[in-house]
Write a protein of this length. Structure first.
Length: 227
């Protein structure tokens, strides 16, 4: 599996966002995770397509846009036009998940589907063949800096086994409370892309923290028998 780090700009300094992005890009980050919240699906409001468009001009990194919003179909074209490379929607936020994932695919961008911590894998089991990425939330979405929820490790392991057994092409991304302490557990369980916000941007040296997390992830291997 290819390990990738995706810094989340939710925890960046928005007064110096371009500079923060430059630091993590030069340090070896693979993606830039962009959290979009609407104050309805989650209890917070963040950014919309105009900010994503500005970010697109400030970096060569692929934009991993996470739509934590109700009625995501309505906004998919706007975020594609703004420069999203992958669009992830929550299974809990759409009534017709199959239709939504196919709609995103029709926009010629990567397709992601996300699950909140307490939502079972069965909610997406039959749609995973339509996705490029399964994003497993390891905190309840809405705010940065939350504590990692331990039982999500078992969900990651089950998801990895399901993907392998059915030969699906999607990768597993994790988001929430990812830092030097929790990273080894999610790698062992089978995750491949790691979203980290506070751990990176609240560190004294964000670039150094990116390199540290990459080194930790590289030192651990997926363990099928873990948990």
């Amino acid at each position: 599996m290819t390990i990738r780090i995706a810094p989340s700009i939710l925890s960046a300094n928005f007064a110096a966002l371009g500079e923060d992005i430059r630091k993590v890009e030069e340090a070896g980050a693979h993606l830039l995770h962009v959290d979009v919240m609407d104050g309805h699906f989650v209890p917070n409001i963040t950014i919309g397509p105009p900010v994503v468009k500005s970010i697109r001009k400030a970096t060569n990194l692929a934009l991993d846009v996470h739509l934590m919003i109700s009625d995501p179909d309505r906004y998919v074209p706007a975020f594609v036009d703004a420069g999203a490379m992958t669009l992830t929607v929550h299974a809990e936020a759409t009534v017709h998940l199959d239709r939504t994932l196919n709609f995103i695919r029709s926009q010629n961008v990567g397709v992601g589907v996300s699950l909140n911590p307490a939502t079972p894998l069965t909610a997406v089991e039959h749609a995973l063949g339509l996705a490029d990425m399964l994003l497993i939330m390891t905190v309840n979405p809405g705010f940065g800096g939350q504590k990692f929820i331990p039982y999500t490790v078992e969900k990651i392991r089950h998801a990895r086994r399901l993907i392998e057994e059915r030969n699906y092409g999607c990768i597993i991304e994790v988001d929430g409370g990812i830092d030097a302490n929790t990273l080894p557990d999610v790698v062992k369980a089978g995750a491949e892309v790691f979203v980290a916000g506070s751990a990176i941007f609240h560190a004294p040296d964000p670039a150094r923290k990116v390199k540290e997390l990459l080194e930790i992830a590289a030192s651990v291997r997926y363990d099928r028998g873990y948990v």
